[in-house]
Design a protein around this ligand. Structure first.
Ligand SMILES: Cc1ncc(C[n+]2csc(CCOP(=O)(O)OP(=O)(O)O)c2C)c(N)n1
Ligand SMILES: [Mg+2]
Length: 280
């Protein structure tokens, strides 16, 4: 495999000169062009294979942050998806530009405070909702897209990566992974990171689902949490983090309503897929 990684926390923590954590070919690219560079590498591998100069099926995996994907890299990503390059693109979403000091991104959720959207009495943190990046990706009708969460590595995340790689002959695959940033989200020690990540799914805030050849499948345990009664209260997730320490009960209700609406939207998409969700 060849890894393509734009600037961000993953790059700064794994490539500190003169060391590297990568045991495979790795290319560091600019913030905005992971999709374009990955496309070029994939096309080159195809051409070399065709000419008999390479006799291997080398896979190309791009791994980029939310800033590099929702915002500055979106055009390059869309081009890659639209041209149908057989690349796995992994978005690790820590919900802000963390490497440069917690600036808001399109992936930052509503009311979360960042250094560029601090919370006061008038502005309550981020004004806008988190961008629905999965729907944007799904609109390209690529063979495979999925959400995943670092709290569920086996079986869910690992299986999704395997499945995504097995689809690359057909075209691009995309995995959107929620990855909490303890210093950026604040209010909990590093060792609670996985617990916080799990709460994101248990409260319905970050549901797990797959877009598998144009069918939407809601995955366990999210399928269970489609039933409001089985979801954990959103407050448990929100109040554990200092980025939301200022939010009022009314504001939590507003966030809950957005979750309810989004889960209903997912449910409606999944109905047509022929894979019924048990608890909706
Ligand atoms: C064109 C450009 N603008 C700004 C930067 C500075 N910069 C480097 S990393 C980064 C934030 C990356 O955010 P994200 O993609 O979410 O990754 P994270 O740091 O959160 O892992 C910024 C703004 C840059 N490298 N290039
Ligand atoms: Mg980020």
């Amino acid at each position: 495999m060849i890894i393509v990684n734009p600037t961000g926390c993953l790059e700064v923590t794994t490539t500190i000169y003169p060391y590297t954590s990568w045991g495979v070919p790795y290319i560091h690219v600019a913030f905005e062009n992971a999709g374009a560079v990955a496309s070029g590498i994939e096309a080159a591998i195809k051409a070399l294979n065709k000419n008999g100069l390479l006799k291997r099926n080398t896979r190309v995996i791009a791994i980029a942050g939310d800033g590099g994907t929702y915002d500055i890299g979106l055009q390059a990503l869309s081009g890659m998806l639209e041209r149908g390059h057989g690349v796995l693109y992994v978005l690790y979403d820590n919900e802000a530009y963390m490497n440069t000091g917690i600036q808001r991104s399109g992936g930052t959720p509503k009311f979360a405070k960042t250094t560029t959207m601090p919370a006061g009495t008038v502005i309550r943190g981020k004004i806008q909702k988190k961008k629905d990046i999965m729907s944007i990706v799904m609109a390209h009708h690529i063979p495979y897209a999925a959400t995943a969460n670092v709290a569920y590595p086996p079986i869910d995340l690992v299986n999704k990566v395997r499945k995504a790689l097995s689809y690359l002959e057909e075209g691009p695959a995309f995995i959107h992974v929620l990855a909490p940033c303890p210093p950026g989200w604040g209010g909990f020690p590093d060792e609670k990171m996985i617990e916080i990540a799990r709460l994101a799914t248990e409260t319905g805030y970050f549901p797990l689902y797959e877009w598998d050849r144009d069918r939407l499948i809601i995955n366990p345990p999210s399928d269970m949490y489609m039933d409001k009664r089985l979801r954990k209260p959103l407050r448990e997730f929100v109040k554990a983090q200092s980025r939301w320490s200022h939010v009022t009960d009314e504001e939590i209700k507003e966030l809950e309503k957005d979750i309810e609406d989004f889960l209903n939207y997912l449910w409606r998409l999944s109905i047509g897929s022929g894979v019924p969700t048990p608890y909706a």
